[in-house]
Design a protein around this ligand. Structure first.
Ligand code: GLC
Length: 414
């Protein structure tokens, strides 16, 4: 009953006043984060509540899509809504949320920086101040059908040419798709597109855009052409332009695709009971052009305290718990979420449940960030719109590239 009331309050912001006005002495904390199908987060919240008299935390699962979460949070926070105390934030939002004053700096010493991996740690600060605790980390990974490659005697592809050859030899004759990824017009497209661009030796770098816009344009146009070439040759179906993480993953777990680009959590789905490819999957670093290096986009999520929380002390206590070693361990074991604490990678139980974590170390050797700026949403939007239009052939690669470079010139970013 108690939980039911809290959940209803969390969803209907209009009822907030009524909810907080309950006078039973119970402190209610709402933690909003992307849905966790493994159930680990819900179990942790339950465990916490059972051992914390007078405090009830409720987990408000959000749609996993990062843009949907972003827009919902911006709506809550700009209305100074106090419903949600703790937010799980995509690594790309820290600067924007901190600058807007929506999240508060964490008390000095709250974050034991030495315990965390450098990549995720780099995403929780804005102008030298710590605003969040790293929760789980992400990096783009190539999933492949180990069984089919082995059967055909084809080595795991390292270059895009090898991906194309494997597609022609193995996937095309079986009427399977070759390489599927996330090409819908949303944040995921930025992650995947940057990986294509980096794998060609290019970048979208604030300094380059400012100093040599012609070079930036050329590199972006080349990356668009590379992908159009995949469509022309059938290596990637044009339907990827509608896929987000789940859509592309489903194709792979239904055994309709030879290669998939996705995040580490996809492993637990590919190996899940429902998957038709359970036991048949391998993981490798992302492919690249011959003579270049493949880089994975760094993703991941942090936890931050809302500046509108009416119970910041209790909220911080839960923040410490949900980002503790124990919580990261359970989420790693149950949901294959990659921990942000170094020690978790040495935990035998974590490694026993995730023998593939070892393969991720190789992937994590070459990772890069998306542009960093408090104006990230605008930057992302400019790239999304133009790249998607070019890939759906509404604009030429050159037109899209010059529009991106011209529009990005308005913003400063790293
Ligand atoms: C994953 C990543 C996140 C990224 C998103 C794009 O959730 O962790 O950083 O923005 O995918 O779809």
């Amino acid at each position: 009953m108690k939980r039911g009331i809290v959940a209803a309050c969390a969803v209907a912001a209009a009822l907030v006043a009524g909810c907080t006005a309950q006078d039973d002495g119970e402190v209610r904390i709402v933690f909003a984060a992307g849905n966790d199908p493994s159930g680990a987060t819900a179990a942790l919240v339950e465990e916490y509540n059972a051992s914390h008299e007078g405090v009830t935390v409720s987990f408000q699962p959000m749609p996993v899509n990062t843009d949907t979460q972003h827009d919902a949070y911006v709506t809550y926070l700009s209305a100074r809504d106090a419903t949600i105390d703790l937010y799980s934030l995509d690594v790309i939002w820290t600067a924007e949320f901190a600058r807007a004053g929506w999240i508060v700096p964490l008390p000095p010493g709250f974050l034991a920086a030495d315990d965390f991996l450098d990549g995720p740690l780099g995403s929780v600060t804005y102008e030298g101040t710590v605003y969040a605790v790293p929760w789980f980390t992400d990096a783009g990974v190539l999933y492949y059908r180990r069984d089919l490659l082995e059967e055909a005697g084809v080595p795991v592809p390292e270059t895009w040419d090898e991906i194309r050859e494997a597609y022609e030899k193995i996937a095309a004759p079986r009427d399977m798709e070759g390489f599927v990824w996330q090409g819908a017009r949303y944040e995921g497209l930025i992650c995947d597109f940057l990986e294509f661009l980096w794998g060609l030796g290019g970048s979208i770098d604030g300094a380059v855009v400012a100093a040599d816009p012609a070079l930036a344009e050329r590199e972006i146009a080349q990356a668009i052409e590379l992908v159009l070439g995949f469509f022309d040759d059938g290596v990637s179906p044009e339907s990827v332009l509608t896929y987000k993480e789940e859509g592309s993953l489903r194709l792979f777990t239904e055994s309709h695709a030879l290669f998939l680009r996705n995040w580490p959590y996809a492993w637990s789905m590919a190996e899940g009971e429902e998957s038709k490819v359970k036991g048949l999957v391998g993981i490798a670093p992302l492919p690249h052009a011959a003579g270049e290096t493949g880089y994975s986009t760094i993703g991941g999520w942090n936890v931050a305290l809302s500046s509108h929380s009416t119970h910041p002390d209790e909220a911080l206590e839960f923040l410490a718990f949900i980002t503790s070693e124990r919580a990261l361990k359970l989420r790693a074991i149950e949901g294959a979420y990659l921990p942000t604490r170094k020690s978790t990678y040495e935990d035998p139980e974590v490694l026993a449940a995730n023998p593939h974590f070892e393969s991720f170390f190789e992937v994590f050797r070459y990772t890069r960030n998306r542009p960093r700026s408090p104006h990230y949403p605008q930057i992302s939007d400019i790239i999304q719109v133009n790249v998607h239009e070019a890939l759906s052939r509404q604009k030429s690669p050159e037109e899209a590239a010059s529009a991106i470079v011209e529009d990005l010139a308005e913003f400063s970013f790293e």
